[in-house]
Design a protein around this ligand. Structure first.
Ligand code: TMP
Length: 210
């Protein structure tokens, strides 16, 4: 089972991914929590290139290929082996981030992106995807307040509006998506996440989702 968290920067998805990991681990499941880009030594090196605020000249195609390269390594080195052993993987971002940011945000062709993503992931698709919806203004504010501005944070609000619109369109296209209001209290979101995950895991269905 592959569970992914998606959302704009500052949507709180990392907090929710960690909470879900802790809850599933407490139920005795073998859980691997990863984040994108990164999650492997090669992926972390690529992440540093992508995040560097000095790299403002990075072309959209370069950016796309770097995200996909990091993801291909993550899938082969960590995700596939863990899933093959029957474990659960939680990923803080996955291929949908590329469709939302590089597709809807940067305007690269979606059909080509889907083909490339299929190649990079060897067709690995999430079972369940939580999209934490936050207005771009609020997300950016949270991000600025955290004091960790990276290269992509220098984008204009219009970029993030397109990304959000893209996420909402993606979510409307497939039943694996669950859209949650990121401005709800953390615990309320966590409870909803647990509820949906429990419904997908027969062994958890009998547990109280709180
Ligand atoms: P993070 O802040 O969730 O760690 O993500 C890093 C940044 O990279 C964030 O601005 C979203 C962006 N991103 C893409 O543009 N495309 C991708 O495929 C991924 C995984 C992230």
């Amino acid at each position: 089972m592959l569970i992914t968290f998606e959302g704009l920067d500052g949507s709180g998805k990392t907090t929710q991914a960690v909470r879900l990991r802790d809850w599933l681990s407490a139920q005795g499941h073998r859980v691997l929590l990863t984040r994108e880009p990164g999650g492997t030594a090669i992926g972390d090196a690529i992440r540093a290139i992508l995040a560097d605020p000095a790299h403002v000249a990075m072309h959209a195609r370069t950016e796309l290929l770097l995200f996909c390269a990091a993801r291909a390594q993550l899938v082969q080195e960590r995700l596939k082996p863990h899933l093959a052993e029957g474990g659960i993987v939680i990923s803080d971002r996955f291929a949908d981030s590329t469709l939302a940011y590089q597709g809807y945000g940067r305007g690269l062709p979606l059909d080509f992106l889907r083909t490339l993503l299929d190649f990079a992931t060897e067709g690995l698709t999430p079972t369940l995807t939580f999209y934490l919806d936050v207005p771009p203004e609020a997300g950016l504010q949270r991000r600025r307040a955290s004091g960790t501005l990276e290269r992509m944070d220098q984008e204009h609000l219009d970029f993030y509006r397109r990304v959000r619109e893209g996420y909402l369109q993606l979510a409307a296209q497939s039943a694996r998506w669950v859209v949650l209001d990121a401005q709800l209290p953390i615990e309320a979101i966590a409870e909803r996440v647990r509820h949906h995950v429990a419904a997908h895991l027969p062994s958890l269905a009998s547990h109280n989702s709180t």
